[in-house]
Design a protein around this ligand. Sequence first.
Ligand code: COA
Length: 257
Amino acid sequence: MSNPLVLSERHGPIHRLALNRPDKKNALTLAMYEALTAGLKEAAADPAVRSVVLEGDDKCFTAGNDIADFASGFSEEKFAPIFHFLEAIHRFEKPVIARVHGAAVGIGTTVLLHCDMVIAGESAKFCLPFTNLGLCPEAASSLLLPRLMGHQRASELLLLGQPFGAQRAHEMGLVNYVLPDADVRDAAWSAAEMIARQPAASVRLTKSLLKKGQADHVSAVMREEAIQFGQRLSSPEAAEAFAAFAQRRQPDFSKFE
Ligand code: COA
């Protein structure tokens, strides 16, 4: 599905998926998830594609889910594009390299758990504000984050929901390299090109072996989180958080048990 807010294009052996909604910090609408899933499908089906670069722009990766979409009422069918995208990137067989500048909020951070390499600029700022919004983890982050960095660090990120910088993300294993912003694009493309020059069957096999042990478990956790997440979207706490965002004020959760 073509969508000007997601650029999906092949450059030789590399498929580029670029978020292109800079005025809204690349916040992801449901239609953008559909476009991302379609882009992954296209890249999967094209034997000439050897790797994928997932990126935002030079100022921002993504501010995460579009909060207006979240605030517009939940139904399983309506929000299915988010979960289809997550399953698609989780099951995608070719390597995905993420390039991150600026904000990577919510799914902007959790999607990185499903990428194979992450190259971040010094400006990168990650955040998992799910509890801050009255929500809960998604993208199997409740499983993958503690596996990556340990329970205490994952709990801190998920319970406090405070932003953290590229260096901390690197220390915790979420990011491969932190580079000056001006060098990140070239580094991400050069990693994608190096992979593209490797024997494709060997690359696919290696990725599948790396993921195989936990692939079904990850899908099951994503499904469970999605059910809880859907319920939380209709919660009064979430309504307060979304209203606070729209009104540019701090939310007040003190009245909720
Ligand atoms: N959904 C919808 N719109 C969003 C958005 C989101 N997640 N994030 C940013 N925007 C919009 C803002 O409303 C603003 O729109 P406007 O110019 O029409 O008022 C525009 O993008 C610029 O955002 P702004 O907050 O002014 O930019 P900033 O540089 O000061 O801050 C962020 C950038 C990403 C730190 C901040 O926008 C933010 O915290 N966004 C919300 C992130 C979030 O909670 N995501 C959900 C995760 S589950």
